[in-house]
Write a protein that binds this ligand. Structure first.
Ligand code: 13P
Length: 253
Protein backbone atom coordinates (compact mmCIF):
# COMPACT_ATOMS: atom_id res chain seq x y z
CA UNK A 1 0.00 0.00 0.00
CA UNK A 2 1.38 3.39 -0.92
CA UNK A 3 2.29 5.92 1.74
CA UNK A 4 0.14 8.97 2.46
CA UNK A 5 2.49 11.90 2.92
CA UNK A 6 2.01 15.50 3.97
CA UNK A 7 5.30 17.34 3.47
CA UNK A 8 5.89 20.97 4.36
CA UNK A 9 8.32 23.01 2.28
CA UNK A 10 9.47 25.99 4.33
CA UNK A 11 11.47 27.39 1.36
CA UNK A 12 13.86 30.23 2.43
CA UNK A 13 11.93 31.25 5.54
CA UNK A 14 12.50 31.26 9.33
CA UNK A 15 15.69 31.96 11.24
CA UNK A 16 17.03 29.26 13.54
CA UNK A 17 14.98 30.14 16.64
CA UNK A 18 11.80 30.61 14.60
CA UNK A 19 12.31 27.25 12.90
CA UNK A 20 12.81 25.33 16.15
CA UNK A 21 9.80 27.04 17.69
CA UNK A 22 7.45 26.35 14.75
CA UNK A 23 8.65 22.78 14.44
CA UNK A 24 8.12 22.09 18.16
CA UNK A 25 4.56 23.40 17.87
CA UNK A 26 3.90 21.15 14.87
CA UNK A 27 5.27 18.06 16.64
CA UNK A 28 3.09 18.73 19.68
CA UNK A 29 -0.01 19.22 17.56
CA UNK A 30 0.27 16.07 15.48
CA UNK A 31 1.81 13.64 17.96
CA UNK A 32 -0.31 10.47 18.02
CA UNK A 33 -2.29 11.63 14.99
CA UNK A 34 -0.68 9.59 12.24
CA UNK A 35 -1.89 6.22 11.11
CA UNK A 36 0.23 3.37 9.79
CA UNK A 37 0.77 4.44 6.20
CA UNK A 38 0.81 8.16 6.92
CA UNK A 39 3.94 10.28 7.15
CA UNK A 40 4.46 13.95 8.03
CA UNK A 41 7.64 15.60 6.75
CA UNK A 42 9.11 19.07 7.11
CA UNK A 43 11.59 20.15 4.44
CA UNK A 44 13.57 22.93 6.08
CA UNK A 45 16.55 25.14 5.18
CA UNK A 46 19.90 23.39 5.73
CA UNK A 47 20.74 25.22 8.96
CA UNK A 48 17.70 23.71 10.70
CA UNK A 49 18.11 20.10 9.67
CA UNK A 50 20.38 18.78 12.40
CA UNK A 51 18.27 20.16 15.26
CA UNK A 52 14.91 19.30 13.73
CA UNK A 53 15.91 15.71 13.01
CA UNK A 54 16.57 15.28 16.71
CA UNK A 55 13.34 17.01 17.78
CA UNK A 56 11.10 15.22 15.27
CA UNK A 57 11.48 11.71 16.64
CA UNK A 58 9.06 9.35 15.00
CA UNK A 59 6.36 12.03 14.67
CA UNK A 60 7.77 14.24 11.92
CA UNK A 61 10.43 13.23 9.40
CA UNK A 62 12.89 15.77 8.07
CA UNK A 63 13.83 16.62 4.52
CA UNK A 64 16.14 19.05 2.73
CA UNK A 65 14.98 21.21 -0.19
CA UNK A 66 17.88 20.47 -2.52
CA UNK A 67 21.22 18.67 -2.68
CA UNK A 68 24.30 18.82 -4.88
CA UNK A 69 24.73 16.16 -7.55
CA UNK A 70 28.26 15.21 -6.43
CA UNK A 71 29.27 13.21 -3.41
CA UNK A 72 31.84 15.75 -2.17
CA UNK A 73 34.53 18.08 -3.49
CA UNK A 74 35.40 21.64 -4.45
CA UNK A 75 31.88 23.05 -4.79
CA UNK A 76 31.97 26.07 -2.52
CA UNK A 77 28.69 26.77 -0.81
CA UNK A 78 27.05 23.47 -1.72
CA UNK A 79 25.65 20.66 0.46
CA UNK A 80 25.81 16.97 -0.45
CA UNK A 81 23.21 14.25 -0.05
CA UNK A 82 25.63 12.40 2.22
CA UNK A 83 25.84 15.41 4.57
CA UNK A 84 22.06 15.71 4.62
CA UNK A 85 21.65 12.04 5.43
CA UNK A 86 24.31 12.24 8.13
CA UNK A 87 22.20 14.58 10.31
CA UNK A 88 19.17 12.28 10.24
CA UNK A 89 17.23 13.52 7.23
CA UNK A 90 15.20 10.99 5.29
CA UNK A 91 13.83 13.08 2.42
CA UNK A 92 15.04 15.64 -0.11
CA UNK A 93 13.01 17.73 -2.56
CA UNK A 94 14.46 17.51 -6.07
CA UNK A 95 13.42 19.66 -9.02
CA UNK A 96 11.11 22.13 -7.34
CA UNK A 97 9.90 24.60 -9.98
CA UNK A 98 11.72 27.42 -8.15
CA UNK A 99 15.00 25.48 -8.61
CA UNK A 100 14.17 24.82 -12.25
CA UNK A 101 13.28 28.47 -12.86
CA UNK A 102 15.75 30.49 -10.74
CA UNK A 103 18.70 28.09 -10.78
CA UNK A 104 18.24 26.71 -14.31
CA UNK A 105 18.16 23.12 -13.12
CA UNK A 106 17.69 20.82 -16.12
CA UNK A 107 16.05 17.40 -16.23
CA UNK A 108 19.49 15.82 -16.75
CA UNK A 109 20.88 17.55 -13.64
CA UNK A 110 17.81 16.53 -11.64
CA UNK A 111 18.34 12.92 -12.64
CA UNK A 112 21.91 13.17 -11.27
CA UNK A 113 20.60 14.67 -8.03
CA UNK A 114 17.98 11.92 -7.75
CA UNK A 115 20.65 9.26 -8.20
CA UNK A 116 22.96 10.71 -5.55
CA UNK A 117 20.02 11.10 -3.14
CA UNK A 118 19.05 7.45 -3.59
CA UNK A 119 22.65 6.32 -3.21
CA UNK A 120 22.67 8.06 0.17
CA UNK A 121 19.39 6.53 1.32
CA UNK A 122 17.35 9.71 0.99
CA UNK A 123 13.84 9.55 -0.45
CA UNK A 124 13.61 12.07 -3.31
CA UNK A 125 10.40 14.08 -3.52
CA UNK A 126 10.67 14.74 -7.26
CA UNK A 127 8.61 17.72 -8.47
CA UNK A 128 6.98 18.15 -11.85
CA UNK A 129 4.37 20.55 -13.18
CA UNK A 130 3.42 22.94 -15.95
CA UNK A 131 3.43 26.75 -16.16
CA UNK A 132 0.30 28.81 -16.73
CA UNK A 133 1.10 29.16 -20.45
CA UNK A 134 1.53 25.41 -20.78
CA UNK A 135 -1.79 24.84 -18.99
CA UNK A 136 -3.57 27.38 -21.20
CA UNK A 137 -2.15 26.15 -24.49
CA UNK A 138 -3.01 22.55 -23.63
CA UNK A 139 0.56 21.20 -23.70
CA UNK A 140 0.63 20.25 -20.02
CA UNK A 141 0.46 16.50 -20.49
CA UNK A 142 3.42 16.69 -22.91
CA UNK A 143 5.38 18.86 -20.46
CA UNK A 144 4.78 16.50 -17.56
CA UNK A 145 5.58 13.43 -19.66
CA UNK A 146 8.84 15.05 -20.76
CA UNK A 147 9.81 15.95 -17.17
CA UNK A 148 9.16 12.33 -16.15
CA UNK A 149 10.95 10.82 -19.14
CA UNK A 150 14.10 12.93 -18.85
CA UNK A 151 14.04 13.23 -15.06
CA UNK A 152 13.12 9.96 -13.36
CA UNK A 153 12.20 7.37 -15.99
CA UNK A 154 15.89 6.69 -16.61
CA UNK A 155 15.99 5.05 -13.15
CA UNK A 156 15.79 1.29 -12.73
CA UNK A 157 12.43 0.02 -11.49
CA UNK A 158 14.00 -0.75 -8.11
CA UNK A 159 15.27 2.82 -7.77
CA UNK A 160 12.12 4.44 -9.11
CA UNK A 161 10.10 2.53 -6.52
CA UNK A 162 11.88 4.58 -3.81
CA UNK A 163 10.88 7.95 -5.33
CA UNK A 164 7.93 10.09 -4.25
CA UNK A 165 6.49 12.36 -6.96
CA UNK A 166 4.92 15.77 -6.41
CA UNK A 167 2.69 17.38 -9.03
CA UNK A 168 2.97 21.12 -8.51
CA UNK A 169 1.36 23.22 -11.24
CA UNK A 170 3.55 26.35 -11.29
CA UNK A 171 0.48 28.58 -11.67
CA UNK A 172 -0.88 27.31 -8.35
CA UNK A 173 2.28 27.83 -6.28
CA UNK A 174 1.99 30.73 -3.85
CA UNK A 175 -0.82 32.28 -5.89
CA UNK A 176 -3.87 31.15 -3.95
CA UNK A 177 -5.03 29.52 -7.20
CA UNK A 178 -5.41 25.86 -6.26
CA UNK A 179 -5.92 23.33 -9.01
CA UNK A 180 -9.46 22.03 -8.63
CA UNK A 181 -9.64 18.49 -7.30
CA UNK A 182 -10.76 17.38 -10.79
CA UNK A 183 -7.82 19.16 -12.51
CA UNK A 184 -5.34 17.67 -10.04
CA UNK A 185 -6.85 14.17 -10.20
CA UNK A 186 -6.74 14.27 -14.02
CA UNK A 187 -2.99 14.91 -13.99
CA UNK A 188 -2.28 12.47 -11.14
CA UNK A 189 -4.12 9.71 -13.02
CA UNK A 190 -2.11 10.58 -16.14
CA UNK A 191 1.16 10.38 -14.16
CA UNK A 192 0.22 7.03 -12.62
CA UNK A 193 -0.64 5.68 -16.04
CA UNK A 194 2.72 6.82 -17.43
CA UNK A 195 4.45 5.05 -14.52
CA UNK A 196 2.47 1.89 -15.33
CA UNK A 197 3.56 2.07 -18.98
CA UNK A 198 7.19 2.52 -17.94
CA UNK A 199 7.48 0.22 -14.92
CA UNK A 200 4.28 -1.84 -14.74
CA UNK A 201 1.06 -1.68 -12.76
CA UNK A 202 2.49 -2.75 -9.41
CA UNK A 203 5.13 0.00 -9.28
CA UNK A 204 2.50 2.53 -10.41
CA UNK A 205 0.08 1.40 -7.73
CA UNK A 206 2.74 1.77 -5.01
CA UNK A 207 4.07 5.22 -6.00
CA UNK A 208 2.99 8.11 -3.79
CA UNK A 209 2.04 11.18 -5.85
CA UNK A 210 1.59 14.38 -3.84
CA UNK A 211 -0.23 17.53 -4.92
CA UNK A 212 1.32 20.96 -4.28
CA UNK A 213 0.09 24.49 -4.95
CA UNK A 214 -1.94 26.65 -2.56
CA UNK A 215 -3.02 23.60 -0.56
CA UNK A 216 -4.59 24.64 2.76
CA UNK A 217 -6.80 23.20 5.53
CA UNK A 218 -9.94 24.14 3.58
CA UNK A 219 -9.15 22.42 0.29
CA UNK A 220 -6.94 19.53 1.50
CA UNK A 221 -9.75 17.09 2.29
CA UNK A 222 -11.27 17.26 -1.18
CA UNK A 223 -7.88 17.04 -2.89
CA UNK A 224 -6.69 14.10 -0.75
CA UNK A 225 -9.97 12.24 -1.32
CA UNK A 226 -9.12 11.82 -5.02
CA UNK A 227 -8.07 8.30 -6.04
CA UNK A 228 -4.60 9.22 -7.25
CA UNK A 229 -3.69 11.99 -4.80
CA UNK A 230 -1.65 10.59 -1.92
CA UNK A 231 -1.01 13.74 0.07
CA UNK A 232 0.46 17.18 -0.36
CA UNK A 233 3.58 19.28 -0.63
CA UNK A 234 2.66 22.37 1.35
CA UNK A 235 4.38 25.76 1.07
CA UNK A 236 2.78 28.76 2.78
CA UNK A 237 0.47 26.76 5.04
CA UNK A 238 3.44 24.81 6.44
CA UNK A 239 4.68 28.06 8.02
CA UNK A 240 1.62 28.09 10.31
CA UNK A 241 1.58 25.27 12.84
CA UNK A 242 -2.21 25.09 13.12
CA UNK A 243 -2.71 25.01 9.35
CA UNK A 244 -0.06 22.37 8.77
CA UNK A 245 -1.35 20.21 11.64
CA UNK A 246 -4.90 20.50 10.32
CA UNK A 247 -3.77 19.40 6.85
CA UNK A 248 -2.01 16.37 8.39
CA UNK A 249 -5.16 15.55 10.35
CA UNK A 250 -7.22 15.66 7.15
CA UNK A 251 -6.21 12.06 6.52
CA UNK A 252 -7.92 11.04 9.75
CA UNK A 253 -11.22 12.79 9.22
P1 13P B 1 2.25 27.05 -1.71
O1 13P B 1 1.58 25.99 -0.86
O2 13P B 1 2.70 28.24 -0.92
O3 13P B 1 1.46 27.39 -2.92
O4 13P B 1 3.62 26.38 -2.22
C1 13P B 1 3.59 25.12 -2.80
C2 13P B 1 4.98 24.66 -2.97
O5 13P B 1 5.74 25.20 -3.77
C3 13P B 1 5.44 23.54 -2.14
O6 13P B 1 6.65 23.03 -2.58
Amino acid sequence: MRKKIVAGNWKMNLDYAEGVSLFSEIVNMIRDEQKGTQVAVICAPYIHLNSLAKLGGTTVKIGAQNCHQNESGAFTGEISAKMIQSVGCEYVIIGHSERRQYFAESDALLLEKTNIALKNNLTPIFCIGETLDERNNGSYFDVIKSQLTHGVFALSAADFAKVVLAYEPVWAIGTGLTASSAQAQEVHAFIRNEIAVQYGAEVAENTSILYGGSCNPKNAAELFAQNDIDGGLIGGASLKSRDFADIVKTFNS
